[in-house]
Design a protein around this ligand. Structure first.
Ligand code: NAD
Length: 291
């Protein structure tokens, strides 16, 4: 089985390296030549998109948003032109579920199957191959390609038909954003009340407030580390998709709308490329207090 991966950013690069390590015959491409070189040094073969479409049984993408995936797959030089009947497209980007369904409809016309398979876990889990995959698509397609996803992840769960993977991811992103904000708010209050937030963390991490977010992002706040990780601008993108999805189905999401405004402030104040743990900067701005 020959696989092609387009998109070698913070996530795509280590995911490609894990596929190569697992023995996958992998072709790669990205607009950024440096990233391609790094992954080529690990054993992948650099290629142009056309070649990936023509020669791969499985085409994968790990791109920023719906417009990028649509352009790469359905644009003027889109891969759909080159992929053969019976091949499969697996999109691991976090995009709007509506866009996933639109892409699937176009691919179906050529007999190409699709899975939407966004991930959770961030760069550390991409590096150690323990990502969580949320997958949408036909059961038989899922069964066939689950082992390929398992070369990059420790949890691979089918949530329904195409679009269900990205719907699950939007739910994940709502929970993560609200959770990070709660940590930032609580640490700031503790500091202002004269209690060391690092000791608060030690005291509460094993209790009900303990979470992967508290461990991964709370500690970044305490260390003053805002190196991404997951960029604030990407989280704004995800919450825009969540608000769009929620408004379409009539689901009330007031917490999502509120935390989106905080992220928007961070973007406007020049922090869009920083890690989303940078929500702490919003509280520093409000209070003048640093952790
Ligand atoms: P990134 O910005 O680091 O990487 C995106 C890559 O796509 C870049 O290398 C860019 O050059 C490439 N690219 C853009 N347009 C292209 C095109 N037309 N052709 C080829 N390459 C193109 O983003 P990332 O952090 O790796 O995230 C990728 C996706 O994974 C996003 O949808 C994001 O929301 C999701 N995600 C990220 C994390 C994280 O912690 N970073 C975690 C889970 C999910």
């Amino acid at each position: 089985m020959r696989v092609g991966l387009i998109g070698l950013g913070i996530m795509g690069k280590p995911m490609a390296e894990n596929m190569v390590r697992a023995g996958v015959d992998l072709l790669v491409s990205d607009l950024n030549r440096n990233s391609v070189e790094v992954v080529a040094n690990a054993g992948a073969q650099p290629a142009v998109n056309k070649e990936i479409g023509q020669s791969c049984d499985v085409v994968m993408t790990m791109l920023p948003n719906s417009s990028h995936v649509k352009a790469v797959m359905l644009g003027d030089e889109g891969l759909v032109k080159y992929m053969k009947e019976g091949t499969v497209f697996i999109d691991m980007s976090s995009i709007n579920p509506v866009a996933s369904k639109e892409i699937e409809a176009e691919l179906e016309k050529k007999g190409i199957s699709m899975l939407d398979a966004p991930v959770s876990g961030g760069e550390p889990k991409a590096i150690d191959g323990t990502l969580s995959f949320m997958v949408g698509g036909k059961q038989e397609v899922f069964n066939k390609y689950k082992p390929l996803l398992e070369t990059m992840g420790s949890s691979v769960v089918r949530c329904g038909e195409v679009g269900a993977g990205n719907t699950a991811k939007l739910a994940n992103q709502i929970i993560v954003a609200c959770n990070i904000r709660a940590v930032a708010e609580a640490f700031t209050m503790a500091k202002m009340a004269g209690v060391d937030p690092a000791l608060v963390y030690e005291a509460i991490k094993g209790g009900l407030a303990g979470s992967a977010v508290l461990d991964a992002k709370g500690t970044m706040m305490l260390d003053g580390n805002d190196y991404p990780g997951f960029k604030i601008d990407l989280h704004i993108k995800d919450l825009n998709n969540a608000l769009d999805c929620a408004h379409t189905v009539g689901a009330p999401v007031p917490m999502t709308a509120d935390v989106q405004e905080v992220l928007q402030w961070l973007h406007s104040s020049g922090n869009g490329q920083k890690d989303h743990s940078g929500i702490i900067k919003y509280y520093e701005h409000l209070t003048g207090v640093k952790l």
